[in-house]
Design a binder for this molecule. Structure first.
Ligand code: CIR
Length: 253
């Protein structure tokens, strides 16, 4: 099964939470067209698209990755760190239940955003920072370690989420933009990228990677490594501290 969960953009997107960036005007219609193009790439690469119903009252609901973490047929419903985002989980649960996933939950006082969870095989790096606390990480580890995962906590202080700083290539190399990374020495194989968006990839299959269009030098580095980057413009989501990973949840099983 290769299903991708996505969620349409609330008309209130411009009111989304900002932590590290200054608020800038957001063109919601452009954002919607960018979302359509992003989803089209997933569909073209063979992903079965499932939509979580939009929650207009939640400006950040399009960033569906933060509400659920998938691992080996288990859906861990998170407890988002920002209070305005906590209601986002409600509509996610029935969708993943429908996929046949076992449901687990992060509960108070734990908090976790899916953007803080980087899975590389059975190794799962979890960023502890503004959105994900130690209690959330401990609860998550208790769920996934019996399934064979090894959870490694890493600090996140410079950007919103761990995956705002680093993601991983199909061969497991962790890629990051150094000014955003707290400690790259925790990753056995690390490659510094020349652009911030160059650190963010969605693995579509063993050779295709989805990335933002504002990192051309990073795209060339991927090509030089034998990968095929597919670039999408997500300018309106970047203004809200989003990146390509957060606009979908990939379910592989
Ligand atoms: C927030 O602050 O929660 C949203 N404005 C952005 C969330 C982006 N999510 C992600 O990178 N996983």
């Amino acid at each position: 099964m290769t299903v991708a969960l996505v969620r349409r953009t609330s008309s209130r997107l411009a009111d989304g939470v900002l932590t590290h960036l200054e608020r800038r005007p957001v063109d919601v219609e452009l954002a919607r067209r960018q979302w359509d193009a992003y989803v089209e790439v997933l569909r073209d690469r063979g992903w079965d698209i499932r939509e979580v119903p939009v929650e207009e009252a939640c400006p950040d609901c399009v960033f569906v990755e933060d509400a659920v973490v998938m691992f080996k047929g288990v859906a861990v419903i998170t407890r988002p760190g920002d209070d305005t985002r906590k209601p986002e989980i409600l509509a996610v649960e029935p969708i993943v239940r429908d996929l046949g996933c076992r449901i687990e939950r992060i509960v108070a006082p734990g908090t976790m955003d899916g953007g803080d969870v980087l899975k590389i095989g059975d190794t799962i790096y979890v960023g502890r920072g503004g959105r994900t606390n130690q209690e959330g990480i401990d609860q998550f580890a208790a769920i996934v370690e019996p399934l064979g995962a090894r959870v490694i906590t890493v600090p996140v202080t410079k950007v919103l989420h761990l995956k705002s700083a680093v993601t991983a290539l199909p061969d497991g190399t962790v890629i990051g933009w150094d000014p955003a990374v707290d400690d790259s020495s925790v990753f056995p194989s690390y490659l510094a990228m020349p652009e911030e968006s160059g650190a963010h990839v969605v693995l579509l299959d063993d050779e295709h990677v989805l990335m933002a269009a504002d990192a051309p030098r990073s795209a060339q580095i991927f090509r030089d490594r034998g990968l095929i980057p597919i670039e999408v413009d997500i300018s309106e989501y970047i203004k809200l501290e989003g990146c390509v990973t957060c606009l979908s949840v990939r379910v592989r099983s």
